[in-house]
Design a binder for this molecule. Structure first.
Ligand code: GTP
Length: 369
């Protein structure tokens, strides 16, 4: 069994985080999201992975290399122009010798991959698609199936009132190699809009594996924040043995020791080498990366700080994501959906409009009070 992970997208909705970091390398509790997905594959016995890359591929390759560090075999196929979700598969057909998983690079799920393999073998189709039940299918592809789980039609993003089912495509597929022959080469092809509907129309045997697993697309800032909150709330276990981020004490998670006893409001997650002033208030739902510092009187809640972030005295951070090495001046307010790019320096007492996207020259757009 092999796996392909689609990691070629630009991740525009997570900008400016993705200006410097490709979406698969965006951390989830200090560890790149892609590494966690690889860990799930490894646990299911799938060690041979091809990454369909395109945007900032070097950042991925520099971190994971050939996979030997994590006990896997990883190869890379880099697209010069985006080929879409099926075109990317056709482009790496030479690397595929077996049945293979296809995973979207930005899906956080508790799906049991071993159970999906067993289901696929039992049904003997050319493709098994993971589906989840959702309240509003209009943002997804709807999968209609018969009593034997055979897929009868695939309706991509129907208007809400016309949705024929609430069972939605969850972005994990298990395909037989023969599916690759059905994808045209050399152009952008969507697996959801072209390949699956064409296969179904031609009478091919596709099956739907419907589960009630945890499922979240982390590709937008609010969902990225929610993913952290859900893990802190234990709605999802990040099961991966030996992962230091999993050493937790109740709802207080930490990797390193915290220098001084700060005011923690649980749950919080604190990385290594973090310095927090004893008068700062941290939490609830604060995720603080390695080597961050938080000065006197600062308050951080509902926020994610990547590594090396400095928070000045009396600053307030909430409902916000701050990329690596951001420096927030004293008294500044970074709140209400703000996303701050790498190395941005935020002036003292600055404030921002809701949903601000703040890049490195933040002083010029900050509004001092
Ligand atoms: P947005 O720009 O914010 O929509 O993000 P995105 O570019 O990642 O697109 P989207 O979330 O729709 O992509 C879903 C998954 O497919 C992600 O893991 C992407 O990396 C991947 N993906 C999307 N398009 C391509 C492509 O053309 N080639 C490859 N190799 N992967 C792709």
């Amino acid at each position: 069994m092999q796996a392909v992970i689609l990691v070629g997208g630009e991740g525009t909705r997570l900008r400016p985080l993705t200006f410097g970091t490709p979406k698969p390398m965006v951390p989830l509790f200090g560890i790149p999201f892609l590494e966690r997905t690889l860990g799930r594959l490894k646990e299911a016995g799938v060690n041979d992975v091809v990454l369909a890359a395109g945007y900032l591929p070097r950042a991925i390759e520099d971190h994971l290399g050939d996979g030997s560090r994590i006990g896997m075999r990883i190869s890379y196929v880099v697209e010069t122009t985006p080929l879409g979700t099926a075109g990317a598969l056709r482009n790496l057909a030479d690397h595929i010798t077996d049945s293979f998983f296809v995973l979207n690079g930005d899906v956080l799920t508790s799906l049991d991959l071993r159970a999906m393999i067993a289901f696929h073998r039992r049904h003997g189709g050319v493709a098994t698609l993971h589906a989840i039940r959702v309240d509003d299918p209009s943002a997804f592809g709807c999968i209609l199936r018969d009593a034997d789980d055979r897929i009868s039609s695939f309706v991509e993003k129907p208007p809400r009132h016309e949705a024929p089912t609430n069972e939605a495509n969850a972005g994990t597929y298990l395909l037989e190699r023969s599916v690759l022959d059905r994808i045209p080469a050399g152009r952008n092809v969507s697996i959801e809009r072209e390949t699956f509907p064409e296969l179904i129309a031609s009478g091919a045997h596709l099956v739907s594996f419907v589960t009630d697993d945890y499922w979240l697309d982390i590709g937008r800032p609010q969902q990225y924040l929610q993913a952290h909150g859900d893990v802190l709330d234990r709605k999802l276990e990040l099961a991966s043995s030996g992962d230091p981020a999993l050493s937790n004490r109740g709802r207080f998670w930490y990797v390193g020791a915290v220098g001084a006893p700060a005011n923690f409001r649980l749950p919080v997650f604190i990385g290594e080498g973090v310095a927090i002033d004893s008068s700062a208030i941290v939490g609830p739902y604060a995720v603080i990366g390695d080597r961050c510092s938080v000065a006197a009187g600062a308050e951080i809640r509902d926020a994610i700080l990547w590594d090396g972030v400095e928070i000045g005295a009396g600053a307030g951070i909430s409902d916000a994501i701050l990329a690596s090495d951001v420096c927030v001046g004293s008294g500044a307010r970074v709140t209400t959906g703000a996303v701050v790019g790498h190395r941005a320096r935020i002036a003292a007492d600055a404030q921002f409009e809701p949903d601000a996207r703040i890049v490195a020259d933040a002083e010029t757009i900050a509004t001092p009070t």
